[in-house]
Write a protein that binds this ligand. Structure first.
Ligand code: IMP
Length: 179
């Protein structure tokens, strides 16, 4: 275990198993609708999750990346800055948004609203982690890997100060690292 980690919350094995189940569920759901999702991953935290998940989606998907950040000093919904936009228009597409974690829900709410404003047909969300106790806006992911308690976590894409994204598991960051 890495020295920055207090305890492992979700092991590498659990992540692999859950991604296989989620991929299957997503495949079945979209097969029922007859639509193919355009998979949009939010940089950078969702990259390891995207890589594991798409192996188990048995549909002819394409994927693309967006990088967004909140404007400093504002907490209002919709006020997000696009650092990297999608390569193609989302008009009429079924979007499957891939997130690392839903915390307050503000990022998800703002990105979902923006994609719908740009003409997406429908937007569904898959998130590796969910911290429901931290939610401040009314939004839920359609597919969740693991519900976790209110702890600051690192690994499998999640960072502290841009580090620890490469850990193969999700662990609680030792308080000594940020206190
Ligand atoms: P939200 O807009 O508050 O839901 O924030 C979502 C973003 O906050 C995520 O995409 C993460 O980048 C970051 N975040 C929230 N909780 C954690 C955590 O425990 N560890 C690392 N990053 C986190």
């Amino acid at each position: 275990m890495h020295k920055a980690v207090e305890k492992i919350l979700v092991s590498e094995e659990q992540i692999k198993e859950r991604c296989a189940a989620l991929g299957q569920e997503i495949t079945n759901d979209y097969q029922k609708t007859g639509r193919i999702p355009y998979v949009v991953a939010l940089l950078r935290g969702s990259v390891p999750f995207l890589a594991e998940l798409v192996k188990h989606i048995d549909l002819d998907i394409s994927f693309d990346f967006m990088d967004v950040s909140s404007y400093e000093g504002t907490e209002s919904i919709g006020d997000i800055k696009i650092n990297k936009d999608l390569e193609c228009s989302v008009k009429g597409l079924s979007i499957l948004l891939v997130e690392d974690i839903v915390d307050t829900g503000r990022t998800l709410k703002a990105v979902t609203k923006m994609l719908k404003n740009k003409g997406a047909n429908d937007v569904k969300v898959v998130s590796l982690l969910d911290k429901p106790s931290r939610r401040t806006v009314d939004i839920e992911a359609d597919y969740v890997g693991f519900e976790i308690p209110n702890e600051f976590v690192i690994g499998f894409g999640l960072d502290f100060d841009q580090k620890f994204r490469n850990l193969p598991y999700v662990g609680v960051l030792k308080k000594a690292f940020y206190q």
